[in-house]
Ligand binder design. Structure first.
Ligand code: SF4
Length: 362
């Protein structure tokens, strides 16, 4: 066996570096944010449109299913029109993995256990090796092998890790180690434990995520808790927040999780008060409008506070670079805790926008 070296955490700085179509992950590189298209891949126009939207939101690596011959053959046309690496997601049919690579996939995601046996795996690895295309070995708790379920008395973190390392070994035995591992479980605590275990046993970069996390609200909470625990331990080289919703939401959430953990510096941090009986302006509406506004200022690395009243607001916003404290139908605009001016409620958003637009001129 030679799947990585045993080491102590934090893991991320010591994982091996893998180049996915120009985006290098592992070895302490920034954690790359991924998402997956939900268009039919063979519909090139729709898929490209969605990828461009995801790129704009901050997606750094995109995955699309290569579930048919037409889908696999669409990869080169899609690639011509996008600016981030594209990963082909393969299930069952090794020929589609080969086709997707021939048509330009920058990485393939396979489960070596479900593409029809060792001979087929060898054929896939041969093409990956010739083209130096990384393979992501993906294992999901839902498809854990029966022998491992029996061995561990059910689906367990230990079983998931053993399954993943077995699959990695299958590829290593084909003399290929340009690999990324992903292990997934919708059980958050099992997923966290599995990542802790695999980080101790392998130095391949890890793609982390909580699979089938759910709708936007529930999925965000499960992902924030799970990914917070995983990434907070220094584990994870690329990530996806899986949501049953618009994939753009996945990017927004991933960026926020990374920023909250201090793993990403760009973008505005928003703090806002929960409102109380002192609030005399529509602070909830205003905070939501500010949240939308700041999405367009990822180049600024500052803190903005939106507080409900002039009693505690200025004090609580003192730590922020820019702040609003509500009054009676109006608000105070603050910069570095100093009051700049009073602004009618209806003009607060525009006043804040003006400050953001001119922030770098300061
Ligand atoms: Fe209430 Fe003012 Fe505190 Fe907001 S900042 S919770 S309005 S006291």
């Amino acid at each position: 066996m030679r799947y990585g070296t045993k080491k102590t955490l934090p893991h991320r700085d010591t994982t091996r570096m893998i180049n996915i179509g120009g985006v290098v992950i592992g070895g302490g590189n920034p954690i790359a944010i991924q998402s997956m298209t939900n268009t039919e891949t063979s519909d090139v126009d729709a898929t490209v449109a969605q990828i461009l939207e995801l790129e704009k939101a901050g997606c750094q690596i995109i995955r699309s299913t290569a579930n048919t011959e037409a889908a696999a053959k669409a990869f080169d046309k899609i690639k011509e029109q996008i600016h981030i690496p594209i990963v082909a997601d393969i299930h069952f049919d090794y020929r589609l993995a080969i086709l997707a690579m021939e048509y330009g996939a920058d990485k393939i995601r396979i489960n070596p256990g479900n593409i029809g046996g060792e001979e087929n795996l060898k054929k896939v690895v041969k093409v990956a090796k010739e083209r130096n295309i990384p393979i992501r070995v993906g294992v999901n708790s839902g498809s854990l092998e029966r022998n491992l379920v029996e061995k561990y008395g059910g689906v367990t973190a230990e079983g998931i890790v053993e399954s993943a390392l077995d699959k990695v070994r299958m590829i290593e035995e084909c003399d290929y180690d340009n690999l990324v591992i992903s292990i997934k479980s919708s059980d958050v605590m099992m997923c966290v434990h599995a990542h802790e275990l695999i980080a101790e046993q392998s130095s391949y970069p890890l793609h982390v995520g909580i699979t089938e996390a759910g709708t936007v609200y529930r999925g965000n909470i499960k992902s924030a808790v799970g990914l917070g625990m995983i990434l907070g331990q220094g584990i994870g080289d690329t990530m996806r927040v899986s949501l049953t919703g618009d994939p753009v939401e996945e990017i927004t959430s991933a960026k926020l999780i990374l920023r909250t953990l201090g793993l990403r510096k760009d973008g505005i941090e928003l703090v806002s008060c929960p409102t109380c009986g002192r609030t005399k302006i529509d602070l909830i509406g205003l905070a939501n409008d500010v949240e939308k506004l700041i999405a367009g200022y990822d180049h600024l690395s500052i803190k903005v506070a939106v507080m409900g009243c002039a009693v505690n607001g200025p004090g609580e916003a003192r730590e922020a670079d820019l702040g609003i404290a509500g009054g009676n139908g109006e608000g105070l605009l603050m910069r570095h805790g100093e009051i700049i001016k009073k602004v009618p409620q209806e003009n607060l958003l525009a006043a804040l926008k003006y400050e953001l637009d001119h922030w770098e001129e300061e």
